[in-house]
Write a protein of this length. Sequence first.
Length: 132
Amino acid sequence: MKVSFDFDGTLSRKDVQKFAKELVEEGHEVWIVTSRFSNEAVAEKGWYWIREQNAKLFEVADECGINRENIHFTNQNPKVIFLKDKDFVLHLDDDIIELMDIMDSGDKCKPLNVDHMSWDLNCREIINNEKF
């Protein structure tokens, strides 16, 4: 299955990192889709602190086993623009607006709120239902 995680407030959490690592080990295609600016997008602006912040994101991705090619920076554009029609089964995020945009898009990607108490069970349910 192809699944997506936001970073800040989501994959930055240890419990979500553990879950993402489990999915990678199970053979799922795990992505990070973040609103952050990419290093390339800020190079000419001289926003050096963005590179430092993104270094932590890359470190977490490596620890979870997420391929660098599976990291997408939206540069503050809505995440649904990237996610739509790319066969993601779910996107886990803490941003209600991003989640509503995904829901309103009509795409098959299920938006899930990481702040919901059973986010992990909901993710598993979607993944298990997609297998059949």
